[in-house]
Design a binder for this molecule. Structure first.
Ligand SMILES: [Zn+2]
Length: 164
């Protein structure tokens, strides 16, 4: 199982590198990421969250299959913006409403190195946007107002000190 890095780890703030080699190692990494995501009851997990500064993420939303995105880019967004309560395996135990486009078009590459494009709506669009942020070193709390962000970090730190 892969260790999931948490808030404060510098790797979560790194801009990730484009993947150029589609080999067995990449496949093993993606499979291990899906296992770790499932084991932690997550619906998405990005490279930097497991210490890999590369542009890939996995996701598995309800009533869907696990999906793997290599070098993903959002190439279109709906005008409609909607709120959704987000959480993150790297900031466990805290949640906050984030506004994002309701629908997106994403281009990415498969494990076999084949490009593909999908239109995503609702929760899938939400997860994809959250994970692509990770590849730029952006966390969901960065989308909140300064006041809300500070409040959520305080709650998170209190929780962590109780757990440890
Ligand atoms: Zn996250």
């Amino acid at each position: 199982m892969l260790d999931i890095l948490t808030l404060g780890n510098e790797t979560l703030r790194k801009k990730c590198a484009t993947i150029a080699v589609f080999d067995k190692k990449l496949e093993d990494l993606a499979v291990a990421m899906i296992d770790s995501m499932h084991a932690n009851d997550g619906i998405g997990l990005a490279g930097p969250q497991v210490g890999v500064e590369k542009r890939l993420f996995v996701c598995h939303v309800p009533e869907d299959e696990p999906r793997i995105f290599i070098n993903p880019d959002i190439i279109g967004t709906s005008q409609e913006i909607s709120p959704y309560e987000e959480g993150c395996l790297s900031i466990p135990g805290v949640y906050s409403e984030v506004m994002r486009p309701e629908s997106i078009t994403v281009q990415a590459w498969s494990l076999e190195g084949k490009p593909f494009k999908i239109d995503a709506h609702g929760i899938l669009a939400r997860v994809i946007q959250h994970e692509i942020d990770h590849l730029k070193g952006v966390l969901f709390i960065d989308h909140l107002t300064e006041k809300k962000r500070q409040r959520i970090i305080t709650v998170y730190e209190k929780r962590q000190s109780k757990i440890s």
